[in-house]
Design a binder for this molecule. Structure first.
Ligand code: AMP
Length: 221
């Protein structure tokens, strides 16, 4: 089973994707995290990726596709994966479909989480992330603060603010997202696998509710 998580940064793709991964027992693959891990290597490729990410721009399609396909060849994806942040362009979506088709597989659902931009900016600048890849817990200094300031409740790792989680970069990331997402959403709508969840900060729809609704959709389709 392959699930694609669409939605602007800060809409909760990572949290929903993480929970779905545990429930369905398939890996949660975040393209942003893959790129951040390359950045940590401090080599030529890492520096190239960093230059795009710090400016809020997309990593070029060719490079993004190459690195994600490499990840999708790993044995833990034999039963599928939750793709979080990939595809981000219609071209990436077309290439991904072809890649899966060649393996006799397909995308079962494309989940589009939508939230007003103003609320996204507020969420992201207050977001703190656990950098431990086994944990990845996400906090918000206002509505989900850690028990001990700056420390992950779950694993004790020092929390970080991502290099691109500042207001200026977020605005650029949102502009990039809105410019390209339309085509991507239309692409999945046409294939009849688009599942939209409209959110706002006052909505009482929890992560758990969203995951249950997605599972119900998957059972029916
Ligand atoms: P994310 O963690 O999904 O918010 O991604 C962080 C950053 O990584 C984005 O702002 C882009 O610069 C880059 N990125 C993530 N996924 C992709 C993708 N599929 N294609 C191109 N760039 C990406």
């Amino acid at each position: 089973m392959y699930i694609v998580m669409l939605g602007a940064p800060g809409t909760g793709k990572g949290t929903v994707g993480g929970l779905l991964s545990k429930e369905l027992n398939i890996p949660h693959i975040s393209s942003g995290e893959i790129f951040r891990n390359y950045i940590k290597k401090h080599n030529k490729l890492g520096k190239e990726i960093e230059s795009y990410i710090t400016e809020g721009k997309l990593v070029p399609d060719e490079l993004a596709i190459q690195l994600i396909e490499k990840r999708l060849e790993e044995p833990d994806t034999k039963n599928g994966a939750i793709l979080d942040g990939f595809p981000r362009t219609e071209n990436q979506a077309i290439v991904l479909n072809k890649f899966l088709e060649e393996k006799g597989k397909r995308i079962n659902i494309a989940v589009d989480l939508s939230l007003p931009d103003k609320e996204i900016i507020d969420r992201i600048v207050k977001r703190r992330t656990c950098p431990n890849t086994e944990c990845r817990e996400i906090y918000n200094i206002d509505f989900k603060p850690p028990k001990v300031d700056g420390i992950c409740d779950k694993c004790g790792t020092k929390l970080i603010q991502r290099i691109d989680d500042n207001e200026e970069t977020v605005k650029q990331r949102l502009e990039t997202y809105h410019t390209i997402s339309e085509g991507l959403i239309k692409y999945y709508k046409k294939q009849d696998i688009l599942y939209t969840v409209k959110l706002n900060n006052k909505s009482d729809l929890t992560t758990l509710d969203i995951v249950e609704d997605i599972k119900e959709y998957l059972n029916k389709n």
